[in-house]
Design a protein around this ligand. Sequence first.
Ligand code: PGA
Length: 253
Amino acid sequence: MFEFRKPLIAANWKMYKTVGEALDFVKEFLPLVAGVNEVDIAVCPPFTSLAALSIGFKGSTLKLGAQDVFWESQGAYTGEISPTMLLDLDCRYVIIGHSERRHVMGESDLIINRKIKAVGLAGMIPIFCVGETLEEREQGLAREVVRQQLEKGLQDISAQELVIAYEPVWAIGTGVNASPADAREMTGFIRENLAILYDKTWAEDVLILYGGSVKPDNIAQFMAEKDVDGALVGGASLSGVDFAQIVRLNGNV
Ligand code: PGA
């Protein structure tokens, strides 16, 4: 965690919580993080709760994010949601290329690239997820896989505002987090590659999050690493108390 990069802790609720449950979370969580200024906090609920949270977060410093988007601004695309629609609901961030979308929905690097561009054009910030599977890691391919995801996902993109989330697939939802040393190695590698793909100054400004079984009792270890600027939190973000402990970086509320 570097002085000049303000950390970001983002909740990825995945396909959890009805609107009522999302509002219950707000009621519990907001008082627990009152006065927290050292980190930015974002919550990415399912699309169905965005409107309610946009109202629930009014007057707070909490930012809203979506978990996915389509790349066109409108049109005959049944079932899709556009960047314009997300912006209209006060979304600041959009998660793109999460491993569940890559592996369960078969999302390709080309699709991810289109979405990153569309989100940037709309004036929001992509949280671009990269990470290797266990098999790839065991074959010694982790760096190459992540390098290619970065190169393809960011193709033809000028240095737009961007957050990268390094999420090793084997650590997501498994309870087995990467070691801080693994996170250090891969986030450092990502920043080196951003400097090669674009320029060094820009690469120094990009926030790189770690994601994969982040919990109140391990967040501090990750944040102690130089190139880890925050976390993307799945399971542990569903509880207001747990997520507040993570946001406070020390496990205490
Ligand atoms: P997890 O999920 O914290 O439940 O491992 C992280 C993510 O998928 O972003």
